[in-house]
Design a protein around this ligand. Structure first.
Ligand code: PAF
Length: 283
């Protein structure tokens, strides 16, 4: 595979995408913060199935980190990421610096309602403003035909869909299934923070969520199921549970038993916060 073209300016990104468009190519985008793992690579594969050209952005977006969060410590490994993109067949890596995305005087914030309320927002109040603002910018900068986001960040996917619908952004949003290791642990750049013993504990989260989703599907009372799941996450070795919650799968409104749902969770393992989610099949 050829190495991807690497550009760090919006002008160069737009020039390349314009050239592809003129040649009649369909363009897909995969927004990332780098530290690429198999989950990201699966997004690139899906992008390449849906389009002729794949742009991957690598930008650790400061506006989605609270001052107390891991912005400085977030893994950065551009050379390795570019190797992985070459192997995967991505065509262009957009690697802007902070001043390209947020030049001096930048003063706009996009705040999405609906699915952004609750869950992550209860614990990271400005997270989705940061995500929505940077995703809107990336989609306007690259102007792709479609963009691929992982279901691992399920609330983020719902927020991005709402953003594009509300702002009439002419891009198809494609949700991609979560990639898991052989033990069911969802791939995440933050797994790099975990030691071997912690990985063993982290792998329990998905087991507990799947068991709880099955119990909900077969009629277990919602409050009892959530309480049991929360206790099981703590017993398995997590330090703290931010939430385990059943929600409607598109709006993230409270779940109704006769509708498709999603069971979402966030929990702390030492100083690392992990999130995961699974489907709740309707009965
Ligand atoms: O999911 C991520 O990696 C980030 O939230 C995103 C969508 C690239 C925006 O910074």
């Amino acid at each position: 595979m050829n190495a991807p073209i690497v550009v760090d300016s919006v002008t160069a990104l737009r020039a390349q995408v314009r050239e592809w468009r003129r040649a009649g190519r369909r363009v897909a985008m995969v927004p990332t913060m780098g530290a690429l793992h198999d989950g990201h690579i699966s997004l690139v594969r899906i992008a390449l199935e849906r389009a002729d050209r794949c742009v991957v952005s690598i930008f650790v977006n400061p506006t989605q980190f609270a001052p107390t969060e891991d912005l400085d410590k977030y893994p950065r490994q551009l050379a390795r990421d570019l190797d992985r993109l070459r192997e995967a067949g991505a065509h262009l890596a957009f690697t802007p610096g902070v001043s390209e995305m947020y030049p001096a005087g930048f003063a706009t914030k996009i705040s999405v309602g609906g699915p952004s309320s609750g869950l992550e927002t209860d614990f990271r109040p400005s997270f989705f403003d940061g995500v929505a603002t940077v995703v809107a910018k990336l989609l306007l900068q690259a102007a792709p035909d479609c963009a691929v986001f992982g279901e691992k960040d399920y609330q983020q996917l719902c927020v991005v869909r709402q953003l594009c619908r509300d702002l009439d952004l002419p891009v198809e949003i494609i949700g991609a299934p979560t990639v898991r290791d052989a033990h069911g642990l969802a791939m995440s750049s933050r797994n790099a923070y975990l030691g071997e013993a912690e990985l063993g504990i982290a792998r329990q989260l998905n087991v507990i969520l799947r068991r709880t989703a099955a119990a909900l599907s077969t009629g277990t009372d919602e409050a009892d199921a959530i309480e049991d799941a929360t206790k099981a996450v703590i017993s398995s070795g997590f330090r703290k549970v931010d939430y385990v919650a059943a929600r409607a799968s598109v709006t993230l409104a409270p779940w109704r038993r006769d509708h498709d749902g999603r069971l979402l969770a966030a929990a702390w393992l030492g100083t690392t916060r992990l999130i995961d989610n699974v489907e709740i099949a309707s009965v």
